[in-house]
Design a protein around this ligand. Structure first.
Ligand code: SF4
Ligand code: SF4
Length: 106
């Protein structure tokens, strides 16, 4: 079984995938709110570390939200996986997201 390598990267980015294509207005709307827009995957992404991340570990592990709890190799159907994550090998190619260089912080 794969074990999370606790790099903490998935707790540092907010990633949303929208169902419609970005037109110019929608793109501008999100960009003015600090999101990077990746139109080819209908993705919005922002560097926005979770306040509960301490030294790359979850400080509320026993009480973390269900969404965080469900992130493992058996629940990957609907999620975006960051490139380099240990669970990448279980994801479909369209689910794998490379962080834009402009948002790489560490
Ligand atoms: S609650 Fe914990 S697991 Fe969830 S994003 Fe924050 S640090 Fe990560
Ligand atoms: S990106 Fe993957 S390996 Fe890194 S903390 Fe998140 S689940 Fe673990």
């Amino acid at each position: 079984m794969l074990k999370c390598k606790q790099c903490g990267r998935c707790c540092k980015y907010l990633v949303f995938q929208i169902s419609s294509d970005f037109d110019k207005d929608l793109k501008q709307y999100f960009e003015t709110r600090g999101f990077e827009v990746l139109p080819e995957k209908n993705i919005l992404i922002q560097y926005n570390p979770c306040p509960h991340l301490k030294n790359n570990k979850c400080s509320i592990h026993d009480h973390k939200p269900e969404l965080c709890r469900r992130f493992d190799s058996e629940h990957l159907e609907d999620v975006i996986v960051l490139k380099g994550c240990v669970f990448e090998e279980h994801a479909q190619p369209y689910q794998i997201l490379e962080i834009p260089k402009s948002l790489e912080k560490d």
